[in-house]
Design a protein around this ligand. Sequence first.
Ligand code: FPP
Length: 258
Amino acid sequence: MTYTSSTQEVPEHGAVPRHLAIIMDGNGRWARSRLLPRIAGHRRGLEAVRATVENCAERGIEFLTLFAFSSENWRRPAEEVALLIQLFQSALTSEAERLHRAGVRLKIVGDVRRFGRKIGLLIEQAEKLTAQNRGLTLTIAANYGGRWDILQALSRLLAAGTTHGSIDEAALAAHLAMSYAPEPDLFIRTGGEQRISNFLLWQLAYSELYFSDTLWPDFDAAALDLAIASYRSRERRFGRTSEQVAALADPAKRAEVA
Ligand code: FPP
C-alpha cells in the first residue's frame, strides 16, 4: 500500500492521529533528579514505551514511531552508548513475543548495520515474527537520521537507474525507510525542548507539532490524551485558507473546494 504525500493531496483528518511520531526526551533528567545513573532513566523510558504502545493501540492509532537512537547519539559518552545498545538488544529479545501476542507489527528503521550482526539478526527475527500482524505498526528509529533517510532514498533511486529528470516526490517517498506508513499526523517531543533533531525531516512537512514538558519516563495515558486533545483542536489547512477548510466540512460546499 502506498500513501499520498501531504504536499500533493490533503489527507483525511480523524479524531485521533493515524500516525503518531515521538521524540522521547528527558530520561537523563528524570534519573538525575532522583540521583540515579542515566541508564536508570532509559530503563524507565522503556517502561513508558510499553505503556505508550498499549495506550496508542487502545485509542485506535495505527502507526506509532519512536526515536530510540539518533545518528548523532553516538556522540554521547561511550559508556552510555554501550548501555543504550544493550538495552535495545535486550528489549528486542524480551519484547518481540509480547508485541506479537498483542498483534503489533514491529519495524526498525535506520542504518542498523552499525549495531553489529547480533542485533541485526534479532531485528530480522522480530520483524519476521510480527510481519503479518494487523494491529498497531510500531516503528523504532535506531541509528536513524532524517538526512540519512533522504540520502539513502536518493542513492537507491539512482542505483535503480532513475534519471534526475524523472525524480519527483512520489518516487523519492517510495524509497524512504518508512514508505510503508502515511506521514505522521502528530509529532510529540517530551522533555521541554522544541526541536525536530533530524527526525523524520521529509515526512514531518505538514505534521502537527506538540511539545510537552513532561519527561519521557513520566509520559502516561493522561499526557498522551492531552496531546491528542491538542491535535483535535488544530485546524489542519495544508496550505488552504481557513474559509476553505470550513467549506470542506459543509457537504453543500465541499465539491467547490475539494
Ligand atoms: C533521550 O533522553 C532518550 C534517548 C536518547 C534514548 C531513548 C531510549 C529509550 C526510551 C529506552 C529504550 C527504548 C527502546 C525502544 C528500546 P535523554 O537521555 O536525552 O534525556 P535528557 O535530555 O534528560 O538528558
